[in-house]
Design a protein around this ligand. Structure first.
Ligand code: BTN
Length: 249
């Protein structure tokens, strides 16, 4: 594994993607930064992290050809690996809020941004960006964020935790990319936040509806059962979960 450690950069995902475009970067290259000036989240959002307190890093996975239809596997694999390591650190009530927010109870402890390099119908590379709140204790209000320290009361070595995460992602990639994809999907579903609950969702047009989270389909889309019994699949940009298990009356 080739680790590039930076004091600061705009975004480790952006750094790795730029590197990938300009030179021959080995599979497994990891870029970690103590501080991201413009950390990126899903849907064009920003990722905030206090300098030196948390882990912000990106892992490069290269392929000769990998079916684009299975790209959600990287979200699954990275989520499973993070949860497995956080279990070892005794972080309580771990769940994965689709597509890949790692939750401790009802608060977000880790965000994952997978960015794929696609050529035609195949995937050439995946950049798996992980932002894990570790020792930060104060977050801007409205973020609904927590950290390993807040959840366990213990200060954690960033270096040791990073090694554990990289090993776990590596092992999960080996297990799940080779084995039957169904196994990865089932393990992910077992951790799915709000599964079996009636929750409130909102469309980009602002329409709200209640439905039960059933699971994910083979493409990684969220499966919801509507009040009339219909089960439909949704892509990430099609719906937003507003309230987990306690919809307002
Ligand atoms: C999200 O929850 O919206 C995803 C957040 C992903 C943040 C990580 S931090 C390391 C990597 N570099 C980035 O700019 N973003 C990801």
């Amino acid at each position: 594994m080739h680790l590039i450690k930076l004091d600061a950069t705009d975004s480790t995902n952006a750094y790795l993607k730029k590197l990938l475009a300009s030179e021959d970067v080995p599979d497994g290259t990891v870029v970690q930064a103590d501080w991201q000036r413009k950390g990126r989240g899903q849907m064009g959002r920003e990722w905030y992290s206090d300098p030196g307190k948390n882990l912000t890093f990106s892992i490069l996975k290269r392929f000769s050809d990998f079916p684009v239809s299975q790209q959600f596997l990287f979200n699954i694999i990275s989520s499973l690996a993070v949860v497995e390591v956080l279990h070892r650190y005794d972080v309580p009530q771990l769940k994965v809020k689709w597509p890949n927010d790692i939750m401790s109870g009802k608060q977000k402890i880790c965000g994952i941004l997978v960015e794929n390099v696609v050529k035609g119908s195949t995937l050439k590379a995946a950049v798996i960006g992980i932002g894990l709140n570790v020792n930060q204790e104060i977050f801007p209000s409205g973020l609904n964020a927590t950290s390993v320290k807040l959840q366990t009361g213990k200060e954690v070595s960033l270096h040791v935790l990073l090694e554990a995460l990289l090993d776990a992602v590596d092992a999960a990639l080996k297990t799940f990319l080779r084995g039957p994809k169904e196994k990865a999907r089932r393990s992910y579903e077992a951790l799915l936040f709000a599964k079996g609950d009636i929750s409130v969702f909102e469309t980009p047009q602002g329409e709200r509806f209640t439905a039960e989270v059933v699971g994910i389909d083979a493409l990684g889309q969220l499966r919801l059962q509507h009040e009339n019994g219909d089960v439909c699949s949704y892509q990430f940009n099609e719906i937003k979960l507003l309230y987990g298990n306690n919809p307002p009356q």
